[in-house]
Design a protein around this ligand. Structure first.
Ligand SMILES: [Zn+2]
Length: 552
């Protein structure tokens, strides 16, 4: 191979609108790629002469090119396989709008399944608010739809409804005590089980289901990864709860089949991975390579908002005795988080209610004051959705803690959250503009794919339009510019992954992860951003997804 040949780019992308997302937000027109890295960025007439004998040239024909997008909070390995196999009863992505339609789907699926086999379904979080019945289906209704099948339907990650056969299979009776960090709902009058399981009580059912095989798990990851690439997402931060997910990712990488880059956030409490695992190994955050690495440790303090289990100091609207629940006591939190911090790990701690916010802030304040560590980039997952008081913001700024809100929640369940928290707590909801103004390198995670699909363009649009799925606009004063919303999922998300030197902008030397959109995001109304097709996604300098009909 001649020196000239080895210097020639592998790929030129010309005649585009290149949003570099560099420090000056420069717009260029062409990019040269070599060896999986960006070689040069400039005008087409500067870049085209770099062409060598083996160089592929793609004429973008005016399309907009962005750095590959990052979604920093997913449950992809955990939910990918069930996305493929479970009965889908979600209102956001099916035509299901009522309990009776859910029951019809159950009856139809039951007719296909052998008697006695599990019928597992998923709905959408807070679907009770949006269905005309204003509630979830009951155990008795599921019994009528599937009398000869143990059946369960989850509505988001925090609530599962189980029928009578399902309860029997899981060994749950009236005498079963509530497990720590979960509850088995009982009729207040009769004490009879209603079939509704919250938080950790759901594990009683999960543990009797036949686990997916290793190959099914890998297929589920690839199924969801393909959907990420279709939306220009080239990096994900995936929360994993079991060693089989870590193994599946590592095998896919080893086999050359991992199509995007993955930062693993390893959950070490309420997981099959015991708290000591990574401490014993001596590995810390950053271990791995540019495809697959340890991105941090995940802990969850309180329940989820969608199950009305997040821990607030004031009760939920209409439920005067429900303030949510705490999953990890303060001492356990400080002990585990402290040990991982001292061992060089980045912490990603889920906190949704104000009680949980103050627990995590107290824990991190103590840990960081006793053992300062520059560049820790500890994250609070879901902080920045609401109740982000000046005191909480100041403490996060002082310690360099990153809030990671979820603008997808505004879009899909903003109305329902408003109804269950009330206007007072939601007055400053999703204060993205305020948080950016306070100096945070703000990003946002979607919590997909169990709730809704991965779609960063949809989330960029939601950060700008602040429109809910049902048509309401929430706190429009906190709307971001498209420029800032794009930065959230590129440079800022790269920072949240310790990867700003290699990702997040189209600049020479960075990884050649790129997304080509069919339309210019600055030229469409923000609520239409989710409809922009991605025409091409490039990972490591290679085409990972091409929308064929766009290039004929
Ligand atoms: Zn999550």
């Amino acid at each position: 191979m001649t020196a000239e040949h080895s210097l020639a780019p592998d790929l030129l992308l010309i005649n585009g609108k290149i949003l570099t997302v560099d420090a000056q937000d420069r717009v260029a027109h062409a990019v040269a790629v070599a060896g999986g890295r960006i070689l040069a960025v400039g005008d087409t007439r500067e870049i085209l002469p770099l062409r060598g004998r083996g160089t592929e040239v793609i004429d973008l024909q005016g399309r907009t090119l962005l750095p590959g997008l990052t979604d920093p909070h997913l449950h992809l390995a955990d939910k990918g396989t069930s996305e493929m196999h479970n009965l889908d009863c979600r209102d956001f992505y099916t035509d299901v709008r009522s309990i009776s339609q859910i029951l019809d789907r159950f009856a139809a699926r039951a007719a296909e399944l052998a008697e006695g086999t599990w019928l597992v379904a998923h709905g959408s979080p807070m679907q009770d608010f949006r269905m005309p019945e204003g509630r979830f289906p009951t155990r008795w209704e599921l019994d009528r739809a599937a009398p000869r099948h143990p059946a369960a339907i989850s509505f988001g990650a925090h609530i599962t409804i189980v029928n009578s056969l399902g309860l029997a299979r899981a060994g749950i009776t009236r005498e079963t005590p509530d497990p720590a960090g979960g509850s088995i709902e009982r009729d207040p009058g009769t004490g009879e089980l209603t079939g509704k399981l919250r938080e950790r009580a759901q594990l009683l059912v999960k543990k009797v289901l036949t686990p997916y095989s290793h190959e099914q798990l890998k297929a589920g990851i690839l199924h969801e990864a393909a959907k990420c690439l279709e939306r220009g997402v080239t990096t994900i931060h995936d929360i994993v709860i079991a060693n089989r997910a870590v193994r599946a990712y590592q095998e896919l990488w080893q086999e050359g089949r991992l199509p995007l880059r993955v930062s693993l956030l390893i959950r070490v409490i309420e997981a099959e991975i015991v708290p000591e695992s990574l401490l014993n190994l001596g590995l810390f955050t950053g271990f791995g390579n540019d495809w697959l690495k340890l991105g941090g440790i995940k802990l969850s303090i309180d329940g989820g908002i969608t199950g009305r289990n997040a821990a607030f100091s004031e009760p939920y609207v209409g439920e005067p005795h429900n303030c949510g629940l705490i999953r990890i006591p303060q001492e356990e939190l400080e002990d585990v988080a402290g040990r991982y911090h001292r061992a060089g790990h980045r912490l990603c701690i889920h906190a949704i209610g104000d009680v949980a916010f103050d627990m995590v802030l107290r824990a991190l304040d103590r840990i960081l004051s006793a053992h300062p560590r520059p560049g820790h980039r500890h994250r609070i997952e879901h902080m920045g959705n609401w109740l982000c008081t000046p005191e909480r913001v100041a403490l996060m700024r002082r310690h360099g803690i990153l809030p990671v809100p979820n603008i997808a929640y505004l879009h899909f369940v903003g109305d329902s959250i408003l109804a269950c928290l009330g206007p007072e707590r939601m007055r400053d909801a999703f204060p993205l503009k305020t948080l950016l103004g306070a100096g945070f390198p703000l990003t946002s995670g979607s919590d997909a794919p169990g709730y809704w699909p991965v779609d960063v363009l949809r989330d960029i649009g939601a950060a700008v339009a602040r429109r809910t799925w049902m048509g309401q606009t929430l706190a429009p004063g906190e709307a971001l510019s498209i420029r800032d919303a794009i930065r959230m999922y590129t440079v800022n998300a790269a920072y949240a992954g310790f990867e700003e030197r290699i990702k997040g902008s189209v600049e020479p030397g960075k990884l050649a992860d790129l997304a080509v959109l069919a339309e210019d995001p600055f030229a469409v109304p923000p609520e239409k951003l989710k409809e922009i097709p991605v025409d091409l996604t490039i990972v490591d300098g290679r085409v990972a997804y091409r929308r064929e009909e766009a290039w004929r």
